[in-house]
Design a binder for this molecule. Structure first.
Ligand code: HT7
Ligand code: ZN
Length: 848
């Protein structure tokens, strides 16, 4: 194993003063000339450069002279020049290498996507381009010359020269190699400009393939909003003359924040009403913002090493969440973020892949771009803000930018800034960064003589490598509601620091109802003794939208958990939800969130947290049954709402229209359980937007009536990759349990199942994995099918295979029969000859 440890960090023994690169682009034989100006920081150190074995070294000189061959050595991952061959002062290392972008199916380094050259260098892609100290704490300025017959030639920074067949770029901001980017292709731009608050005029371009221009306007609008927001909310201004965004079809993740040249998965740029859903639009807006915000939190201040990844990712996610909250509904955004945290991060934290936001060891860094690093990293910052207050947060961030601009920083630096700006001791708080696992927070109440006492105890179950968990600081936001529904104590933060701690409230007339963990003030699992009547009371009266939604959620879950274990339940929930449906004052998006039942995966997670082995088939049946009963009980109300929420006029992706559609779709989902799918069929045929057509399609497939709609969609959009990705995903995802694997198998045989394209692969395999009962089929067919494809993908693209292997991360919670089959699939992958480091690390952590 090639384990890396945080404790082994040593600074690089050379400063890199500047870099000049020259690219002669050719699909199978690209030449790269690199001139690196080094200055030794200590004497006697060998110069170790990262560089993969697929790089062909053509020449190497030091200050123009070829060193003695005995002083130059290579292994599979590095090139070393012995100290004996190096001058004691500054020197220039020049290399010429040849690489083959056309053979690069891993999409790391320089590769081809649809005939266009592009790069992906985070985390360690630059080492596939040339020999280099490929680590984030080596920062320098880059000058880049590109020769190619492609019409558009882009790199980081500002343009210096543009001629047919040649372009030169200079990036004045020192940066690590992971932020390097180059694009060469037949592209057209949607252009605009932005004037920064100090008056700098910035040219903005969103580059797409010819023909896609009319789907790039929303991305441009989102960019301009992001630039303005970062000035207003954080005082951060853009710092180059140009900001380029390029959309590419083959991309391992969502997008990449390369300095001045962001590269995006085309699904996060291209949108038109007939091809993209409201959720797509919202995601585009937030990812454009996320990558733009990295310019300060990631690029100007980067990470010292990859263990510090959450320094840039947690903070940038937190910032993009704030942005979306400001652009749309803050309450709805918070609820959706918590939903996705629970679905992805809590799931990770409760299984064999649990790790802290700042891990202290890894084998393959690409396996640590996780929900824990990103989403929990953002939650930790939210808690910090709650503890130091809005002013303290602003002061700390100002100090962070002032003190660390140009640095490769650490979590210690980050916390020190908060300590210095606010005077607070964050020693205990740091455990949120270093400890894995989701704390369980128990709350009990004592009442008497007008005094309410809340007794809290915290306990975090062991996670791999961390058996004992000391108590953490937990900010618990609490409000009290009187029996008539009025708030008797507005939200306040209780700061829990001990394993057990009590907080009292005096002078209360009547016993209030406690609204706890308002706004989801800490990423914990709250356990409290509460009956369904109190939950229904909170759902009706809580002034905190998150807590109100949570009460409804708990009510639904309480019913579903009973139903999944064969007991009758659900009447309280059905009655309470009826009141909410009828509440015309409530935001439609909020009502939609309350109407959507918890997913089967979430029900399974809750059951297993209570020590019950989840039965995927029973869970599926329970959820189907409850949805049908809601529809039967409230048919008249729902039908009325379905009509009322129709959005007249031309489609607009704005938050209000999207909110109405989201409620209408939630209602359709319920009504289609009892109308045989008739409304869905009408909507599919008449809707002028992809949001409603997709929602209708889901209902039709669920009713076994999806064939015509699927055929129509294929006829209309067969040559649109992004729509066809949806088409590939939805079928295995919504298919009845007994058919899901077979449907996936049939789809995988199609000519347009271009499996090397990450979006297409994720659509099909991710669609199946999202069908809880289908993936966890008792006969193990879901596991076997997935394992076969992961092994195939691993040979082409290890990053994608490893990421998708997380479908198995919950395998230990199921019954013995399923466990045996899942383990067999994992073992088959582990035994694969030539397995990548990426997949091997994931599989072995899951088996351990
Ligand atoms: N910082 C980036 C993370 C990333 C990535 C992006 C695309 C392809 C491969 C990648 N590896 C790591 C994206 C972000 O978080 O903003
Ligand atoms: Zn990011």
């Amino acid at each position: 194993a090639n384990e890396q440890f945080l404790a082994d960090y040593r600074p690089y023994p050379f400063d890199l003063k500047q870099v000049a690169l020259e690219f002669d682009l050719a699909p199978a034989a690209t030449r790269v000339l690199a001139a690196l100006d080094f200055q030794p920081r200590e004497s006697g150190a060998d110069l170790v450069l990262d560089g993969g074995k697929q790089i062909k070294l053509l020449s190497l000189t030091i200050d123009g002279a070829v060193p003695d061959a005995a002083h130059v050595s290579r292994d599979d991952e590095t090139l070393t020049i012995a100290a004996a061959a190096l001058p004691s002062g500054p020197f220039r290392l020049e290399t010429e290498v040849q690489i083959d972008p056309s053979a690069n199916t891993a999409f790391e380094g320089l590769y081809l996507s649809g005939g266009m050259f592009c790069t992906q260098c985070e985390a360690e892609g630059f080492r596939h381009i040339t020999f280099y100290p490929d680590r984030p704490d080596v920062m320098t300025t880059f000058r880049v010359l590109v020769r190619s017959d492609q019409p558009v030639l882009l790199s980081n920074g500002n343009p210096v020269r543009q001629e047919p067949g040649l372009a030169e770029w200079h990036d004045p901001w020192p940066k690590p190699s992971y932020l390097f980017a180059l694009v060469a292709g037949d592209l057209v731009a949607v252009s605009d400009h932005f004037t920064t608050r100090s008056g700098r005029d910035v040219a903005l371009n969103v580059w797409v393939r010819p023909g896609d221009q009319d789907r790039a306007g929303f991305a441009m609008e989102s960019l301009i909003k992001s630039m303005k927001w970062d000035e207003d909310a954080y005082g951060r201004e853009y710092d180059l003359d140009v900001f380029n965004i390029v959309a590419v079809d083959d991309f391992n993740m969502g997008a990449m924040e390369n300095k001045g040249l962001n590269i995006f998965n085309s699904k996060l740029v291209l949108a038109s009403p007939d091809t993209a859903t409201d959720a797509d639009y919202e995601r585009i807006e937030s990812v454009i913002a996320h990558e733009y915000f990295h310019n300060w939190t990631g690029n100007r201040i980067t990470c010292r090493d990859w263990f510090q990844l959450c320094l840039k990712e947690g903070l940038t996610v937190f910032r993009d969440q704030q942005f979306t909250a400001d652009m749309r509904s803050a309450a709805v955004k918070r609820i959706s973020d918590v939903q996705s945290l629970r679905a992805r991060q809590f799931r990770e934290d409760q299984g064999p892949l649990a790790h802290p936001p700042r891990p202290d060891h890894y084998e393959e860094i690409n396996n640590f771009y996780t929900a824990t690093v990103y989403e929990k990293g953002a939650e930790v910052i939210g808690m910090l803000k709650r503890l130091v207050g809005d002013d303290g947060y602003r002061k700390s961030l100002d100090l962070y930018f002032q003190r660390h601009d140009g640095d490769a920083a650490t979590i210690e630096d980050w916390l020190q800034v908060f300590e210095d700006a606010t005077g607070r001791d964050l020693t205990q708080f740091k455990r949120w960064y270093t400890d894995a696992g989701t704390p369980r927070l128990k709350m009990a109440e004592d009442w008497g003589d007008g005094r309410l006492t809340l007794r809290f105890t915290q306990n975090t179950p062991p996670t791999p490598g961390q058996p004992d968990k000391p108590a953490r600081v937990i900010p618990i936001s609490v409000g009290l509601i009187g029996p008539n529904g009025d708030e008797v104590l507005p939200s306040q933060i209780l700061e829990m620091t001990e394993a057990s701690q009590s907080f009292s409230f005096d002078g209360l007339g009547a016993r209030p109802v406690v609204s706890a963990l308002r706004g989801f003030s800490a990423p914990v699992i709250l356990e409290r003794e509460i009956d369904d009547a109190t939950r229904a009371f909170l759902l009706a009266h809580d002034s905190d939208p998150f807590a109100r939604w949570e009460a409804g959620r708990d009510l639904a879950l309480s019913a579903l958990l009973q139903l999944a274990q064969g007991n009758m339940a659900g009447d309280d929930y059905i009655a309470a939800i009826g009141q909410l449906i009828a509440d015309e004052n409530a935001d439609p998006a909020f009502r939609a969130l309350c109407l959507n039942l918890p997913s089967e995966e979430e029900i399974a997670t809750r059951l297993s947290a209570r020590g019950v082995v989840p039965d995927p088939d029973a869970i599926h049946a329970a959820r189907t049954d409850l949805a049908r009963r809601i529809a039967e009980t409230h048919e008249a109300l729902l039908s009325n709402l379905y009509r009322l929420m129709a959005v007249p006029g031309a489609y607009s992706p704005d938050a209000d229209a999207a909110a109405r559609r989201s409620l209408r779709i939630a209602v359709l989902g319920l009504l289609s359980r009892i109308d045989g799918g008739d409304r869905a069929e009408v909507l599919f045929g008449t809707a002028g937007n992809m949001t409603e057509r997709m929602a209708a399609l889901v209902c039709l497939i669920r009713r076994g009536r999806g064939q015509t709609a699927l055929r129509l969609l294929e006829e209309e959009f067969g040559d649109n990759r992004l729509v066809m990705d949806k088409w590939f995903m939805i079928q295995p995802m919504v298919a009845p349990v007994a058919e899901s694997v077979q449907i996936a198998q049939t789809l995988a045989k199609r000519k347009d199942f271009d499996w090397k394209n990450p979006n297409r692969f994720r659509a099909l395999l991710g669609g199946l994995a999202a069908n809880h009962a289908g993936f966890h089929r008792a006969d193990g067919a879901g596991y076997a099918f997935t394992a076969d494809w992961l092994m195939k993908m691993d040979r082409a693209n290890p990053q994608i295979a490893a990421r998708m292997s997380t479908a198995f991360e919950t395998w230990t919670r199921y019954d013995a029969g399923r466990r045996e089959k899942a383990l067999a699939a994992l073992q088959r992958m582990a035994a694969m000859e030539g397995i990548s480091r990426n997949l091997r690390e994931m599989v072995s952590r899951m088996i351990a």
